[in-house]
Each structure stands twice: as structure tokens, then as C-alpha cells.
Write a protein that binds this ligand. Structure first.
Ligand SMILES: [Zn+2]
Length: 252
């Protein structure tokens, strides 16, 4: 079993280097007792980075996946050095921060956009995914082009002055009564999820999520929308990209 160390508090998403112990070595992969590497899920691609023991060659992590209660760090095929590792050994992990922070900006911007769309138009987000510098949202109804300029203004107002973003673990009954549970209710939470990890953008949005998020809206920067495209089933697709990183983001 792997402890998902990036989940507990918002600042845990800013840990780039960590120590952990090897608990299993499946073919091509490494399982640790704890990890800050995000495994693919919830529309967010996995992290990349390296794992290594001081004084020995570092191993390149090319993919990270969940396998039951474990997280498997997949190592570049053919990499020398993996066979040196032993179960029980301590390793150091280092996350590719540029890639991870981009995913955090996209994911937090998506929560913001989905929250504003719900309160302004009643449209709910069926699914969302991120890769590279692009977020793709699928909404449950048509979207008028006119809403985009309002969204851009909403983002500007929320980015400066910046608003804090927090992670809370709410008792399930409390979340089910929350006025914003409706906004993300298209994807029902499995009944056993209790407490519910919610990501809150101060004054704007609350949404259950297991992803890694920014701690301040100021790190979102500029969001550029493409025209919404209708889908055959009455829904619509909304795509946005990110402007340059706003002044860099100092890690903790
Ligand atoms: Zn999310």
C-alpha cells in the first residue's frame, strides 16, 4: 500500500523532493511506502521525474499509475540501475516541477471555470481532462459564446488580488448538504467516500477532488478560451489554454 502524501493539505502539492522506502519491485516499476508523484486519474496526467539512491544512477520515472492500493512508478524501459534496488531500501524522489505545476494551473483553472459556468448558466461539467497546456471540458448543455468574455473577467478579478485555495476533509453528510454539491453532482461520489476531500477556491468554488491544486489563484495567470463547440448529444465542449507562468511559483 502506498500513502498518497500529496493529498493531505494544499501545501503537500508543492513538495518536489521526498524520501520513501521501496516496498515492491514489479516488472518495470517501483512501489514505495509513500509518494508525492501524482498517478494518472481524474483527468490529470501522471507526474514524471526521477527516483534514486545517493551515489547511484537516478532512474527516470516515465509514468505513474494506481494499482489497487499501490502506486507504481514506471521506469524508462532499459534503464540501467533498477536491478540494484532492493525492497526495504530508502530512495529519493524528485518530481518534474514544470510539468506538475502546469497540471496544477490547468486543474485549478478548470475548477474555477466549472464553478463559474454552473453559477452563471447552470451548466454542469461532465468531465474534464488536461494535457500539455490545454484543458478540455465537456458540459451538459449548449454554451453561448457570450459567456466567455464574462468568464475572462471573472478570472481576472479572482487572480488579482489573489484568493487562497484550501483542501478540507468534510464528513460525507456535511458535503451532501453543501449548496455546491449540485455543481459536481453529475459524477456521483461512491457511497463509501467519507470524509470527502474538497478543494475550495475562496469565495468561488468547492468541489470534491483528489488532484493537486494551486494554493493561490494568483498562480493561474491568463486563461485563453477557444469557441465552445456543440456535441452531438446536446452538450458542448470548451477548451482553454494557459498564458505564460505569472512570475514563477516559489515552491515551499
Ligand atoms: Zn478536480
Amino acid at each position: 500500500m502506498t500513502e498518497l502524501a500529496y493529498l493531505a493539505a494544499i501545501d503537500d502539492a508543492y513538495v518536489r523532493q521526498f524520501q520513501a522506502r521501496v516496498v515492491a519491485l514489479p516488472p518495470g516499476g517501483i512501489v514505495l511506502d509513500r509518494t508525492y508523484f501524482y498517478p494518472t486519474g481524474g483527468g490529470q496526467p501522471s507526474d514524471r521525474g526521477t527516483l534514486g539512491v545517493p551515489g547511484r544512477a537516478r532512474l527516470e520515472v516515465v509514468d505513474v499509475t494506481k494499482s489497487g492500493p499501490s502506486v507504481v512508478h514506471r521506469i524508462r524501459p532499459g534503464a540501467a540501475g533498477r536491478t540494484d534496488l532492493r525492497v526495504g531500501e530508502q530512495v529519493e524522489g524528485e518530481i518534474d516541477w514544470e510539468r506538475r505545476h502546469r497540471h496544477m494551473r490547468l486543474h485549478t483553472a478548470q475548477h474555477f471555470v466549472s464553478g463559474r459556468l454552473f453559477s452563471r448558466t447552470g451548466r454542469r461539467t461532465r468531465r474534464a481532462n488536461f494535457s500539455g497546456v490545454r484543458a478540455v471540458l465537456e458540459l451538459d448543455g449548449p454554451l453561448d459564446d457570450g459567456v466567455l468574455s464574462t468568464l475572462v473577467e471573472d478570472i481576472r478579478a479572482a487572480v488579482s488580488p489573489p484568493r487562497p485555495i484550501t483542501v478540507r476533509h468534510l464528513p460525507r453528510a456535511e458535503w451532501d448538504r453543501h449548496p455546491l454539491s449540485e455543481r459536481s453532482g453529475l459524477v456521483p461520489l461512491p457511497p463509501q467516500v467519507d470524509p470527502v476531500r474538497v478543494v475550495e477556491i475562496d469565495g468561488y468554488d468547492v468541489c470534491p477532488c483528489g488532484g493537486t491544486h494551486l494554493r493561490s489563484t494568483g498562480e493561474i495567470g491568463e486563461v485563453v478560451f477557444e469557441r465552445p463547440a456543440p456535441l452531438g448529444d446536446g452538450g458542448s465542449r470548451l477548451v482553454f489554454t494557459l498564458g505564460p507562468e505569472p512570475g514563477g511559483a516559489p515552491p515551499s
